[in-house]
Design a protein around this ligand. Structure first.
Ligand SMILES: *[C@@H]1O[C@H](CO)[C@@H](O)[C@H](O)[C@H]1NC(C)=O
Ligand SMILES: *[C@@H]1O[C@H](CO)[C@@H](O)[C@H](O)[C@H]1NC(C)=O
Ligand SMILES: *[C@@H]1O[C@H](CO)[C@@H](O)[C@H](O)[C@H]1NC(C)=O
Ligand SMILES: *[C@@H]1O[C@H](CO)[C@@H](O)[C@H](O)[C@H]1NC(C)=O
Ligand SMILES: *[C@@H]1O[C@H](CO)[C@@H](O)[C@H](O)[C@H]1NC(C)=O
Ligand SMILES: *[C@@H]1O[C@H](CO)[C@@H](O)[C@H](O)[C@H]1NC(C)=O
Length: 363
């Protein structure tokens, strides 16, 4: 047995001290979004079998738990509308979540997609109520923007790049963007940047990670036909202080193009990517796990060997760093033979459902 590998990638039961095992188990889903508030990891919306969720569920991470039976809870006040791929922005005082973006659907017929009724829904953790706040200067092209990942700077400004919107009256309804929409949660104001030089091409389902005031955009795909996956060997980054784009090439291990993966910053300052699928071939992106060191020039990719990688491409999951652990929840896998996504059912899925990956300094 390769003990180094075992150490590197171990499916860990954090602790077997079962305290209070609750019976609530949320349905599998994908296309939800997550945010860590204190030690609670919240999940908003998502979809399964064409139906969008209005649920908010959370995991309380403050005590150890058995990863095969996580202590799930559900917030009893749902999102005012079901949402696929909303993005939660946390206010700097930690009291409020602003959900932006995402698509909705008709409550009476889930095959009728609808724009959300409000451009932002706010959830107050103190009274557990939802409101539709007034935020100035919202760009109407941003209503229902989907597959975006926002990153916040230390002043509570969220930066969102690209994504797509849905034109409900068009035959080919997706409109892809390469704009940057900024939501200032302190000033309660939006702004749109469209004309900066070196702006990368439109993209969606990428990973976005903030490090030292720069946001690094990893992978995803372009919204147009042809070979539209994004090269992993050129990494664009956005300088949130000077509002400038730049890009850098990479060296090191070969890392396949992918979308639907996740990207987090480890405590060691490495960008860690997980999962995803190749756009063109529709196969599992390899390696499944890799790190990118952006502190050197050029940046360096390193493939992380695993001896228990999942057999299929895991996509559209939530990945959250908690201490040294990356917590993966609610994933979908893309079946190679069928052009559709299928969520794992809880039973089959229990092994991977809350994959916890120890990210500590062994890379
Ligand atoms: C999380 O768990 C801790 C310790 O068990 C408890 O004190 C706290 O109230 C819990 N938080 C929520 C939101 O359930
Ligand atoms: C739901 O909407 C779809 C698309 O508009 C339509 O084809 C279908 O007949 C509708 N189903 C019901 C039960 O109304
Ligand atoms: C937002 O503005 C509208 C119209 O000015 C007002 O009726 C509503 O109460 C405001 N909502 C909030 C949450 O302030
Ligand atoms: C949506 O599609 C319709 C029909 O193709 C078109 O007339 C309209 O301009 C489109 N809207 C946008 C915002 O692209
Ligand atoms: C709104 O966003 C669109 C699409 O990115 C852009 O073309 C337009 O200039 C933006 N409007 C404003 C006022 O920034
Ligand atoms: C991306 O942005 C630049 C600068 O605003 C623009 O010239 C270009 O056409 C855009 N490309 C795509 C693919 O949207």
């Amino acid at each position: 047995m390769n003990s180094f590998r075992t150490l590197l990638y171990s499916l860990i039961v954090i602790s077997l001290t079962l305290t209070n095992v609750k019976c609530y188990i949320p349905d599998p889903r994908y296309g939800q979004s997550s945010v860590l508030v204190g030690s609670n990891l919240y999940f908003f919306g998502g979809t399964r079998r064409g139906k969008y969720y209005d649920q908010v569920v959370y995991l309380n991470l403050s005590s150890s738990f058995n990863t095969l039976s996580p202590p799930w809870s559900q917030i009893t006040t749902p999102i005012p509308t079901p949402l696929y791929f909303p993005f939660p922005c946390l206010s700097t005082d930690g009291s409020t979540i602003y959900l932006v973006g995402g698509m909705s659907q008709s409550l009476s017929n889930s095959s009728i997609r609808m724009l959300p009724s409000a451009y932002t829904y706010a959830f107050d953790f103190n009274n557990l109520q939802w409101t539709t706040p007034n935020i100035t200067n919202f760009n109407n092209t941003y209503l229902g923007r989907t597959d975006i990942s926002g990153v916040a700077d230390s002043n509570g400004k969220y930066y969102f790049f690209g994504g797509y919107s849905t034109n409900l009256t068009a035959a080919d309804p997706r409109i892809y963007y390469n704009d940057t929409n900024i939501f200032d949660t302190k000033a309660m104001r939006w702004s749109t940047l469209t004309t900066l030089s070196n702006t990368p091409s439109s993209r969606t389902n990428y990973g976005a990670v903030l490090k030292n005031n720069f946001i690094y955009y990893i992978g995803g795909y372009r919204g147009y036909s042809g070979r539209n996956d994004i090269d992993m060997n050129t990494i664009p980054s956005f300088d949130t202080v000077n509002l400038k784009w730049q890009s850098m090439s990479t060296s090191g291990d070969s890392v396949g193009s992918r979308y639907g993966h996740s990207a987090i910053l480890t405590q060691d300052g490495l960008i860690l990517i997980y999962g995803g699928v190749e756009r063109i071939s529709n196969i599992q992106a390899q390696p499944v796990i890799a790190t990118l060191d952006v502190s050197v020039t050029p940046y360096v990719w390193k493939a992380i060997a695993t001896n228990n990688a999942p057999p299929q491409s895991l996509v559209y999951h939530s990945a959250t760093l908690y201490g040294i652990y990356m917590i993966i929840a609610f994933v979908s896998w893309q079946l190679i033979l069928f052009p559709s996504f299928r969520t794992y059912s809880m039973k089959i899925f229990s092994l991977f459902f809350q994959l916890i990956f120890n990210t500590s300094s062994r890379f």
